[in-house]
Design a protein around this ligand. Structure first.
Ligand code: EPZ
Length: 422
């Protein structure tokens, strides 16, 4: 298993290119199942999760070609010949459940393994199943698999989500494009990745309104065509790299960065004393003073503060002036980075879903362990500002969501290198 070694090396200066969004790409790829014409995605990120989704689609009989080093994906489900999404692939990546809605909508049947839990929480898929049942699907759970049928095709219906769910909104949105009649999704997720999916589906011929709001209306059509669609910028990678000059000092321009993707995150940066300036290439970020100020954070669905930036923000707050309270309201176990940050001298008190962080002048480098995707990058951010050397182990977590971290941070002056494991 590879490790990454980081040495505190002072301020960072320069430009960091931001890639296409992992969480947009992982829902755009299954959309190819809705049509037997090719779907081409440009600006695709080069990540292990994208490879996993490609393997899943290929296991169903889809063609997936990766061009330009993986930045362009050309997919076709014309020869779809298998409707079973196997546990072996699904267990590696929960987003695999997103093939259920499209497959069911296209051919009236699908068998998809339940994903199981993950490090940050139980993460059930009950809402994915409930909304499909509301559209007329007959579901049966057998030996860890969902057996879904819609013999006469899916029917449009109205469904109000009891809690906001990004994935369940995506599954329902894709399924509804081919259902008979109109579907209304209430308390729908509003994330930019939902909007990006709707833009792509409209390019394929879908009739969708209200994406980006909490009520999405879809008028089913008989068939969808192919399309070419650029994956939206990754707002989580963007927010992560915006925190690098915040924790180290200096000035970094995040190329392709857009304020409208960030919601409450930007407000919190401003309150912490971080200047964000829009340029014609993206977003320029720098601290206003020598040390940021502590701010309180509560994670919420978009446009609230993203749960996927909570770990990274905690790393910043570990070096802030004052005490900050971070409330994780989306997932039940998303503070696993806290004990690792404490090994670096951070002062954090975790009580259930609340972490109270008292900032210290300087963290100290130490060997630490990545436990999940966003926790791993928060340890790298902490290492960038720490005195001495930090070794982040199990970086396979990192490679799921961040391409070429060493290169991107090294290019702005970070002292960072990857060491291949045995
Ligand atoms: C998506 O996961 C993202 N993953 C996650 O990013 C992100 O943290 C999450 O949305 C929240 O923004 C992808 O897009 C691939 P949810 P998803 O359904 O769709 C509960 C990362 O780091 N829930 O919005 O699985 C659930 O337990 C990953 O890139 C149900 O109860 O998240 C959670 O508490 C991590 N039943 C809450 O809803 C369901 O059927 C939000 O989950 C579905 C969800």
């Amino acid at each position: 298993m590879d490790s990454i070694i980081v040495k505190g090396n002072g301020p960072l200066n320069g430009q960091i290119p931001i890639a296409g969004a992992k969480n947009a790409c992982l829902t755009l790829m299954p959309a190819t199942l809705l049509s037997d014409e090719p779907l081409t995605l440009t600006n695709a990120p080069r990540l292990s999760d994208i490879k996993t989704m490609s393997a899943l689609l290929q296991s169903l009989g889809c063609e997936v070609s990766q061009l330009q080093g993986g930045q362009v994906l050309v997919m076709s489900s014309h020869d779809l010949n298998n409707h079973v999404a196997d546990y072996d692939i699904v267990r590696k990546m929960r987003a695999s459940i997103l093939v259920l809605g499209p497959m069911l909508a296209r051919d009236g049947h699908a068998v998809v393994s339940l994903p199981g839990g993950c490090a940050i929480g139980a993460r059930p898929v009950d809402l994915h199943l409930k909304v499909l049942e509301a559209m007329g699907a007959e579901l049966e759970l057998k030996e860890g698999y969902v057996h879904a049928k819609a013999p006469g095709g899916l029917k449009g219906g109205t469904f109000e989500f009891p809690v906001v769910s990004v994935g369940a909104t995506e599954n329902a949105l894709m399924a509804a494009t081919l259902a008979k009649g109109a579907t209304v999704l209430k308390n729908a997720a509003r994330e930019p990745e939902i909007v990006d999916l709707a833009v792509c589906l409209r390019r394929m011929g879908a009739q969708i309104e209200g994406d980006g709001t909490d009520t999405i209306t879809i008028q089913g059509v008989d068939r969808l065509g192919g399309a070419t669609h650029p994956v939206v910028t990754d707002r989580i990678e963007l927010g992560t790299y915006m925190l690098a000059p915040a924790i180290c000092g200096g000035e970094v321009e995040c190329l392709g960065g857009r304020i409208d993707l960030l919601g409450a995150f930007c407000e919190k940066l401003d309150a912490a004393g971080i200047e964000v300036a829009e340029t014609d290439k993206g977003l320029k970020v720098a601290r206003r003073n020598g040390r940021v100020s502590a701010v309180d954070v509560t994670t919420e669905p978009f446009p609230g503060f993203p749960t996927d930036l909570q770990a990274q923000m905690m790393a910043l707050m570990c070096t802030a002036q004052g005490t900050s309270v971070l409330e994780e309201k989306i997932f039940e176990n998303r503070f696993m980075h806290a004990p690792e940050l404490m090994r670096m001298g951070a002062e954090i008190d975790v009580q259930g879903g609340t972490a109270t962080v008292t900032g210290v002048e300087r963290l100290k480098g130490a060997p630490v362990m990545a436990t999940d995707l966003r926790a791993s990058v928060s340890l790298i951010l902490a290492g960038l500002a720490a005195e001495g050397e930090t070794i982040v182990n199990r970086v396979y977590h990192l490679d799921r969501g961040y391409e070429r971290v060493e290169e991107k941070l090294g290019n702005v002056g970070a002292h960072i290198e990857r060491v291949s494991g045995q």
